[in-house]
Design a protein around this ligand. Structure first.
Ligand SMILES: [Zn+2]
Length: 480
């Protein structure tokens, strides 16, 4: 153990220079595009020094491992005197990299270059050959070709998909995706294949659902949340069975009370089990959109049902209260407390009940009269017949007559009312010369609907809301 302890130094992480000219590297062995900083800083000093030699050897033999991500020139590792590392182009004679002096490329051009550089990587080539083998094993596919131009039918435009094949339902283009970094490069292709009646299928080398960046990815969502993988295992299965199999990772909506979360599932399936949506340029096993829409509809329905149920309960409880106390309210602490409780519930609906059941005459008469009209028998009155209620309303509370008469009609008690009118007084009152009907027709203000109770009428007696509201409008128009 002296000053000369290279072993300890060897296990230190290597240090990149601070301001490297070449920022990103294409790793052709791994099919990745790390930054120079991570690539250098992630290795022990001893390994980096060792690798340095191999990097140069491979570069000189025409089989480079690392390229400059921007200009695709092979690069090798250089050290500063204080043992900091950076990448340098093998040659800078053609001056083609913006890392030096040229006018900078646009961001899109740089991305496109990186994408094409990655296509030469080992993993990309491997998956391409797996797809080709899988297709060749299955008699449903024909004209299988790797990196052949696909010419547009009506233009000079063409694409060169990684693999293409004919299928009973139309031609299919397979593109290998190693990274989601390149969506901007590939997004424009959907339109081309759609015009062509073709189907573009993205094939990944692997997929980790826990890798959240990918789950928010355009490519995933635009393909109905299905991701496809062709790997050694599926290829072996395809060749053994003579049926093209893929590994599908798909997102499923999962209900969590009123919310929807998601879960991932994985399944190896025959291509024939997949749905081809050529208009939408989608290929999927599980229809996420349909399942999601169904869940949302079910949640909405339940919420609507619960709301309707709560409304019915509040309506029914006021009715029950009125049945017991409507005729005469005894101001006991218990009675006051239960009225207060009803008031609070109605207040939460934005509906105002009077302080006590007997403290606002229009509300008291409205409830008694309309409940009577609905039940077809007096409620909240000492009367025994509905026709007595009718006369009482017409005489003492004409501003509620339209609501009352609408309710008798809407709840089907017109005949009952007429049958109780043995003397014909009710009929006379309605239809005689200067009877109620003709006075209403003349917009006699006496019958203008009572405004203070309208919200409560609309809530408790929705069956007459339209008719009452129409009368309210008519009176308002006639007065202005
Ligand atoms: Zn470069």
């Amino acid at each position: 153990m002296g000053l000369n302890n290279v072993t300890v130094e060897g296990y230190d992480y290597a240090t990149p220079v601070e301001d490297a000219q070449i920022g990103q590297i294409i790793d052709l062995d791994l099919g990745e595009i790390p930054t120079a900083k991570t690539l250098i800083g992630g290795q022990f000093y001893q390994d980096l020094v060792d690798n340095r030699v191999q990097i140069v050897e491979r570069m000189n033999s025409g089989n480079p491992r690392y390229l400059c991500a921007e200009c695709l020139t092979p690069v090798y590792l250089v050290s500063t005197p204080d043992k900091r590392f950076f990448f340098r182009h093998r040659s800078e004679e053609d001056d083609s990299c913006s890392a030096k002096t040229r006018p900078p490329l646009t961001a899109e051009e740089i991305t496109a270059r990186k994408y094409h550089g990655l296509r030469e990587s080992q993993p990309h080539k491997h998956i391409k050959s797996l797809i080709e083998r899988s297709l060749a094993a299955d008699a449903d596919f024909s004209d299988i070709a790797v990196e052949r131009n696909w010419k547009g039918a009506d233009s000079r435009r063409y694409r060169r998909p990684d693999v293409q094949a004919g299928h009973l339902q139309g031609k299919i283009a397979f593109e290998v995706q190693l990274s989601t970094t390149f969506l901007s490069v590939v997004a424009g292709r959907r339109a081309f294949y759609r015009r062509e009646g073709g189907l573009l299928v993205w094939v990944f080398g692997s997929f980790d659902a826990g890798y959240r960046r990918l789950t928010t990815d355009d490519l995933l969502y635009s393909n109905n949340s299905n991701i496809f993988i062709v790997d050694d295992e599926t290829t072996e299965l395809s060749e053994r069975t003579g049926i093209f199999h893929l590994r599908c990772h798909y997102r499923m909506p999962v209900r969590d009370d009123a919310k929807i979360t998601d879960a991932w599932a994985e399944k190896v399936v025959p291509f024939a089990d997949l749905t081809q949506d050529r208009d939408g340029q989608r290929l999927f096993l599980f229809d996420f959109h349909a399942a999601d829409a169904a869940l949302r509809a079910a949640i909405q329905q339940e919420a609507d049902d619960a709301k309707a149920m709560a409304i019915r309960i509040d309506q029914a409880d006021l009715y029950e209260f009125w049945l017991e106390h409507g005729r005469s309210f005894r101001h006991t602490p218990e009675n006051r407390a239960s009225w207060r409780q009803l008031r609070d519930r109605y207040e939460r609906r934005g509906l105002e009940l009077p302080e006590f059941p007997d403290s606002h005459e229009a509300t008291r008469v409205m409830l008694s009269a309309l409940y009577s009209a609905r039940d077809g028998k007096p409620m909240g009155y000492k009367f025994s017949k509905l026709v007595q209620v009718a006369h009482q309303v017409a005489e003492a509370c004409p501003s509620l007559f339209i609501a009352f008469y609408s309710a008798v009609d809407a709840y089907g008690h017109n005949d009952l009312l007429n049958s109780q009118d043995g003397s014909g007084k009710w009929r006379q009152r309605l239809k005689g010369a200067d009877g109620i009907f003709s006075r209403i027709k003349r917009d006699d203000p006496v019958f203008q609907p009572e405004g203070s109770v309208l919200p409560l009428i609309y809530f408790l007696f929705p069956e007459i809301s339209d008719r009452v509201a129409a009368a309210v409008d008519r009176y308002r128009d006639s007065l202005f």
